[in-house]
Design a protein around this ligand. Structure first.
Ligand SMILES: [Zn+2]
Ligand SMILES: [Zn+2]
Length: 220
């Protein structure tokens, strides 16, 4: 079974964002990672994501140590960026296999205007992991428009693209989430229709019963 270790941004002091409601980089990266985790599990990928409440260097060290001991196939990191840009970026170590994997992220990252692959050798999680580390900077959280987008469906789009990329990298068959979801929605709509039809029938029965009672009374 394919094994992925997930590490959402956990800054010692959370970075303020331009989100529509009170938020933070740690806060919305955690929410994003919840979706990635849920979807990967659904698709049969083995996922580990520990030290969720820890922050700073301790969180990174514990997570990397656990991923290395566990023997994850991929270590996936998600942050959001600051500094005035409007692009998405996947960072990795500058070895060929890592770059090839980051290129798969590039292929699937379509919900943002532009996406770039960058190699880094100065980030702890990229350096200390034994397996390939894919380090996403999803979007810029100092751009109010992009923050609004993220919190109005963008987060789900980013997560699904990430899941597609990870599936391809791991050789796992990808299935869109819509099948089960749309079935449930279809059935819920049918229940609503049946309930309103039932209400109409009840009203008709009540009206007819009243008429019968009136007729009976008239006969007496
Ligand atoms: Zn946010
Ligand atoms: Zn960050």
């Amino acid at each position: 079974m394919a094994k992925v270790y997930l590490s959402a941004a956990a800054h010692a002091t959370d970075n303020p964002t331009k989100c529509p409601t009170k938020c933070g980089e740690n806060v919305h990266c955690k929410a994003y990672m919840d979706i990635v985790e849920h979807r990967l599990c659904e698709l049969g990928v083995e996922v580990k994501r520990s030290f969720k409440e820890q922050t700073g260097d301790a969180a990174m060290r514990n997570r990397v140590a656990e991923a290395n001991a566990w023997g994850a196939d991929i270590y996936y990191v998600a942050h959001t960026n600051a500094g005035g840009g409007r692009y998405s970026m996947t960072m990795c170590y500058p070895d060929k296999p890592s770059i090839a994997k980051a290129d798969v992220f590039h292929k699937y990252r379509k919900c943002v205007k532009s996406h770039t692959v960058r190699t880094r050798t100065d980030l702890y999680e990229i350096n200390a992991t034994k397996m390939a580390c894919m380090y996403d900077e999803l979007f810029f959280h100092d751009n109010a428009e992009d923050c609004k987008w993220f919190h109005n469906g963008g987060m789900e789009l980013l997560a699904e693209e990430t899941v597609q990329a990870l599936c391809e990298i791991l050789g796992v068959t990808y299935k869109a989430p819509s099948t089960a979801d749309s079935k449930v929605k279809e059935l819920e709509a049918r229940i609503k229709t049946l309930q309103s039809e039932n209400d109409t029938l009840k009203k008709t029965v009540n009206t007819l019963t009243a008429k019968i009672n009136n007729a009976k009374n008239a006969l007496q």
